[in-house]
Design a protein around this ligand. Structure first.
Ligand SMILES: [Zn+2]
Length: 267
């Protein structure tokens, strides 16, 4: 068992990664942080619960234990911007999405501190991700990496208006084969209950872009879903089974279609 992530191994060529699932802040860092930070408000809450259907599909599931406020696992280690020109949420953020300060005194976030967090939290998650992608590919010849994310539906500091409910990102088509994306989009086309976008504001973060290599049979897709589709977006961020029960079949339909197409390409 790892202190850095939860992992359960499955039998299918499918790895679900949930890098923002964690809400823990290490004890040593807590005194430096604000009360807002200690709530870990920008966590991708409850996605382990939402994706429980994936066990029956044979998925392997990797989820972070620590908050993105410690170090953001879906940012490049050199912290270059994923969306140049837009407000950035960095590798070791100093502000929450809504703009609140995360540190009592940002000066604690030295280069040495950032480097230590990369070593202690970022690298072990990515080492496990790489190891599992390699293992699954060796076993099946192919692998679908499904990057599971969720975010508050309205965040004026980061984007205008309300986000579409379901946002698929494949790095503008670079991170997965077109027929796999088409299979996912087919499910969205058939869905009338939710708004959606493909490669719109969210094109996939670092993990989707870095690991997706369709020519090498690694197909990566990010789903960034609005938290309003399954939970309360304000503290204490409760799970809403009444809402989740409607969106889960849609997410399951997309993952199933993508997995089926990933497997079919091997024949
Ligand atoms: Zn996320």
């Amino acid at each position: 068992m790892s202190d850095i992530y939860h992992f359960s191994r499955g039998t299918a060529p499918l790895l679900i990664s949930i890098p923002h699932l964690g809400s823990q802040i290490p004890e040593a860092q807590q005194p430096q942080m604000t009360s807002v930070a200690l709530q870990s408000g920008d966590t991708d809450w409850h996605l382990d619960t939402l994706y429980q259907f994936a066990q029956a599909l044979g998925a392997s599931v990797l989820g972070a234990r620590y908050s993105r406020y410690v170090v953001d696992l879906n940012r490049p280690p050199n912290d270059e911007s994923l969306y140049p020109g837009q407000t950035k949420t960095g590798l070791c953020p100093t502000q929450a999405f809504r703009g609140d300060a995360l540190y009592q005194n940002e000066a604690v976030l030295t280069d040495a501190e950032r480097a230590q967090r990369l070593e202690a939290y970022w690298k072990p998650y990515h080492a496990k991700l790489r190891e599992e992608l390699d293992r699954i590919k060796a076993e099946h010849g192919t692998v679908l990496l499904w990057e599971a994310h969720s975010i508050a539906s309205v965040l004026p500091r980061l984007f205008e208006g309300k986000l579409p409910d379901l946002n698929i990102g494949t790095s503008d088509g670079a991170s997965c084969a077109p027929d796999i994306l088409a299979a996912v989009q087919g499910r969205l086309d058939a869905c009338t209950d939710y708004t959606w976008a493909v490669n719109g504001r969210f094109k996939g973060g670092y993990i989707t872009r870095h690991y997706g290599a369709p020519a090498d049979n690694v197909h990566a897709i990010q789903l960034e879903m609005c938290q309003s589709t399954y939970m309360d977006e304000t503290y204490p961020y409760g799970y809403r089974p009444d809402l989740a029960g409607k969106v889960i079949p849609v997410v399951e339909g997309m993952v199933t279609a993508a997995l089926r197409q990933t497997t079919a390409r091997q024949r």
